[in-house]
Design a protein. Structure first.
Length: 354
């Protein structure tokens, strides 16, 4: 492989730095990656706990956003508690609030669950709920009341509106939900940020889209980052670190080496030695990424003030009694929703769209 003089490499790095980027470090050995990282932690040190959920009159338990008291604004994050689904809980347990049309749940149950959530947040189960076909992109769509007649939902990972009477939603089961509200223009947005969407700057794109469509100013925006898989649990490979470092000057700061908190492993490491090649054994630290912090920084980069950003808390994998986790359940999971809307009624209320 051809090598370049150190002076040339420094010149290239300087050009990337001025553009707000860094060179992709793909191809570097794992040992060099680890030698550069010094921040290490136990998983328990990285946990963000969720607040106690609010219980609606219909039994739905959901998380309101602290400080968001505007009378015109509907917003919140669902949990798995409440509802009529029985697919993801023991047979003798009360129903759960699965909000995703998954292959193993009954469509009628999910439809009923969506009505229950809408009623809990808006006070009217007939409020149109507008969701997306998500695919880990940075696409953001602007929806209007007339879009309620569409046969299929938009294919995107961000959704915005300034029309009253619509409740916007993104679905999650580990990925990070982010909600935005413009207090001055009374416009709102919801965004689905997995690690791929985060690398593609879905939240920064959303702020820019609201500026373009509604004339929103970042200083007028409030942001809420909802429950998702925390850095305590989100182990990833070196390729994810490489992707973040290729896009963000602070990319490496989003990662920690996390040690197994198992007291027996810690005290008797020799009992768990294997004959696997280095890097293929569960012994030792694993690399974890903080998607919540990544999206918080994107919001600030886009001009949203630090004090305007609320982190609601809650790790979907740490708290399986409260949240669905795709990773924690090895793919057998329901879906939660982050919802937001401008309270009020449209002139011609469209039919609910899923």
């Amino acid at each position: 492989m051809k090598s370049f003089p150190a002076d040339d490499i420094r010149d290239i790095d300087a050009l990337f730095s001025r553009a707000g980027l860094v060179r992709s470090l793909r191809g570097k050995s794992s040992a060099r990656f680890r030698a550069a990282r010094t921040d290490r932690a136990a998983a328990v040190e990285l946990v963000r706990t969720a607040p106690a959920p609010r219980i609606a009159g219909n039994g739905v338990q959901w998380l309101p956003i602290p400080g968001w008291t505007e009378s015109w604004l509907w917003s919140g994050f669902s949990t798995r508690r409440g509802g009529v689904s029985h697919t993801y809980c023991p047979e003798d347990a009360p129903g759960e609030l699965n909000l995703g049309f998954t292959a193993t749940d009954e469509r009628e149950s999910v439809t009923n669950n969506r009505r229950l959530l809408v009623a809990a947040v808006t006070g009217d189960e007939a409020t149109p709920l507008v969701s997306l076909r998500q695919f880990h992109s940075n696409l953001v769509v602007h929806v209007r009341a007339a879009d309620g007649t569409r046969a299929r939902p938009w294919k995107a990972d961000g959704i915005i509106t300034d029309e009253p009477g619509l409740l916007l939603a993104v679905q999650t089961a580990d990925c990070i939900p982010v909600l935005l509200a413009d207090r001055r223009r009374r416009a709102v947005g919801a965004f689905h940020a997995g690690w791929r969407g985060t690398v593609k700057r879905i939240v920064e794109t959303g702020v820019g889209k609201m500026q373009f469509e509604f004339g929103s100013r970042p200083e007028d925006l409030m942001a809420a980052i909802g429950p998702g898989i925390g850095q305590c649990c989100y182990a990833v490979g070196e390729e994810v670190l490489s992707e973040f470092e290729s896009q963000f000057t602070y990319g490496r700061e989003l990662f920690r080496e996390v040690y197994d908190a198992d007291a027996v492993r810690t005290k008797y490491p020799m009992l768990f030695l294997t004959q696997r090649a280095p890097g293929h054994s569960p012994i030792g630290p694993s690399l974890h990424v903080d998607l919540i912090e990544a999206n918080r920084r994107q919001l600030m980069t886009a001009g949203v003030g630090e004090k305007q950003i609320q982190i609601v808390g809650g790790c979907t994998q740490c708290q399986p009694e409260l949240f669905y986790s795709h990773r924690g359940s090895r793919g057998h999971a329901g879906r939660m929703m982050a919802v937001i809307g401008v309270g009020g009624k449209t002139k011609n209320r469209p039919a609910s769209r899923c």
